[in-house]
Design a protein around this ligand. Structure first.
Ligand code: FES
Length: 92
């Protein structure tokens, strides 16, 4: 093992999990498109931020779920309408 030589200052995780048997989950609430659009928005402002898809964050009933690290900001009920506010959170 070695320490990774990463260039990112922040990591934004967007849950795109799809639960079995139609159980409520983030993918049902548009999180796959949310991830793509948030990634594009971050890239457009040239932030040193990695936006990655992730599995379940344990907040399925209040998805779509997003986490901003290392700021330890946990968000629920996130939609594409929140992208500008997320950019502000990342840059503040
Ligand atoms: S499915 Fe997204 S938090 Fe569980």
């Amino acid at each position: 093992m070695r320490e990774a030589d990463l260039k990112y200052k922040k990591l934004v995780l967007v849950c795109t999990n799809d639960r079995e048997n139609g159980k409520e989950c983030c993918s049902q609430k548009g999180s796959v498109d949310l991830h793509q659009k948030l990634k594009q928005a971050v890239k457009a402002v040239d932030l040193q931020v990695r936006v990655s898809r992730t599995g379940c964050l344990g907040n399925c009933l209040s998805g779509a779920s997003v986490v901003i690290m290392p700021d330890d900001i946990w968000l629920g009920e996130v939609t594409e309408d929140d992208i500008d506010e997320i950019i502000q959170l990342i840059t503040s």
